[in-house]
Design a protein around this ligand. Structure first.
Ligand SMILES: *Cc1c(COP(=O)(O)O)cnc(C)c1O
Length: 440
């Protein structure tokens, strides 16, 4: 019996079944690009704890900052006895998020909590209630964020009733809807105007590149058109940059690729090198609309998490991890494209920076002819090529057997996504791609 299988047996009797794990090996230690399990087996880390350890695991500056902070004090609650680290993280977020205007930030524990607070702030600031979200969206697992999330199984199944005043419209999905960015935006905007009412909308909430929904990069022009419409309607444009933020896509934030300046930005995941921290950052007038005491929480902006965030941000600057994400793309994309040429099961290669994916389909199943806006309205069955979730799972399983941690995603369960720590070296990236090639 291995050490992992021993722990796994104890887990079955102790941990609730609803909390899953992708693999059944247990971690002993981890670094920039690999994890080592308790049996001494090494794994190539193409997950980064779901886009969290952008600076790598146990990154030296983060370790040192946490050690120093934990010796000084561990918790006072910022709402009771404040400390500088919280203020310094807010200053960094205000400076780094898109838009040169004056901003304020508030800190929380998890991505879902940040999204919930962005909705609270948007409703309070606008005096309106409706929140517009998109097909394939993922915003978290709390009650409000389940309602904002699109996919029923596993995120919402059996967990209703869900929060109200949430409206879903079509997302630009170039591989499947065949629409230009502006055309996809008119489709969504037409629906908002007819089915919700422009003057009812508090916020339009969107991931600039969808994460769990399938690493969907909207067609160029989609995000700017949606943001411009929100502004003209007096609604707030809220970018959920929880997965795309902190250098992941080759910029500090993904909205920058399309020169969009959101009114509010939610961040979490990559912010603090693995410690739990999340934030809402936005226009000062919007953020400050909320009465004193209206936002907060016991642990939000915990001092150890703040110290880790400051050290992570410093590491991103020093090592220029935005450039590193672009380097990762320049290594991976050509190889993924040649794999796609050799294996027709790869229907699409997409993403930006170190947020790349391949979509697995049944070869030759794409329907001929352009997808019209009318067809794009029919949102039950997927448009275009038939998704192959079974083959996707088989590729993932083969990768795991060869020691490559590989994640899938997507509404149809047929997208393989790559989220390496941004400090992963070229040799390790190539090893990962070699494993993928044999798995295919
Ligand atoms: C992961 C994620 C969330 C939820 O974050 P948690 O920290 O898991 O609550 C919300 N939005 C996006 C885009 C995410 O990727």
């Amino acid at each position: 019996m291995t050490a992992s299988s021993d722990i796994h047996k104890r887990r079955g009797a102790a941990v609730a079944r609803g909390v899953g794990s992708m693999i059944s090996s247990y971690v002993d230690h981890a670094s920039g690009g690999t994890l080592t399990d308790v049996d001494g087996r090494e794994w190539i880390d193409m997950a980064a704890g779901i886009a969290v350890t952008n600076v790598g695991n146990a990154s030296p500056k983060v370790v040192e900052a946490v050690r120093r902070q934990v010796e000084r004090f561990t918790h006072t609650c910022f709402m009771i006895a404040p400390y500088e680290g919280y203020v310094a993280v807010c200053e960094q977020l205000n400076a780094l998020t898109p838009g040169a205007f004056e901003k304020r930030s508030a800190l929380f524990n998890s991505g879902a909590e940040a999204v919930e607070n962005a909705v609270k702030i948007a409703r309070h600031a606008t005096g309106r209630q409706a929140v517009v979200v998109f097909d394939h969206a993922y915003h978290g697992r709390t009650n409000l964020t389940m309602a904002l999330t699109a996919k029923a199984m596993p995120y919402k199944h059996g967990f209703g009733p869900f929060a109200g005043e949430i409206y879903r419209v079509p997302m630009s999905y170039p591989f499947r809807d065949g629409l230009s960015g502006p055309d996809a935006a008119s489709l969504a905007i037409g629906m908002i105007e007819k089915q919700v009412g422009a003057d009812q909308v508090a916020a339009v909430l969107i991931e600039p590149i969808q994460g769990e929904g399938g690493f969907i990069v909207p067609a160029p022009g989609f995000l700017p058109a949606i943001a411009a419409w929100a502004r003209s309607a007096g609604a707030l444009f809220v970018a959920d940059e929880i997965q795309t933020g902190f250098c992941r896509t080759g910029e500090w934030f993904a909205t920058t690729h399309e020169s969009v300046e959101p009114d509010l930005v939610t961040t979490a995941k990559g912010i603090a090198g693995g410690l739990p921290l999340a934030a809402v950052t936005g226009r000062a007038a919007v953020m400050d609309a909320v009465h004193a005491g209206g936002l907060g929480g016991t642990y939000g902006g915990n001092p150890i998490a703040c110290a880790a965030a400051l050290a992570s941000i410093e590491t991103m600057r020093e090592l220029d991890l935005c450039a590193a994400a672009r380097r990762i793309e320049s290594v991976m994309r050509p190889r993924l494209e040649s794999l796609a040429a050799a294996h027709p099961v790869i229907g699409d290669v997409r993403g930006r920076g170190a947020m790349l994916a391949v979509e697995i389909v049944v070869p030759g199943s794409a329907e001929p002819g352009a997808v019209t806006a009318e067809r794009a309205y029919g949102r039950g069955a997927p448009l275009g090529a038939t998704p192959d979730a079974a083959r996707t799972a088989a590729i993932q399983k083969a990768a795991h057997e060869a020691g490559l941690l590989l994640l899938t995603c997507g509404t149809y369960g047929n997208v393989i996504r790559f989220l390496p720590p941004l400090v992963m070296d070229d040799a390790t990236l190539h090893r990962a791609l070699d494993v993928l090639e044999s798995a295919l």
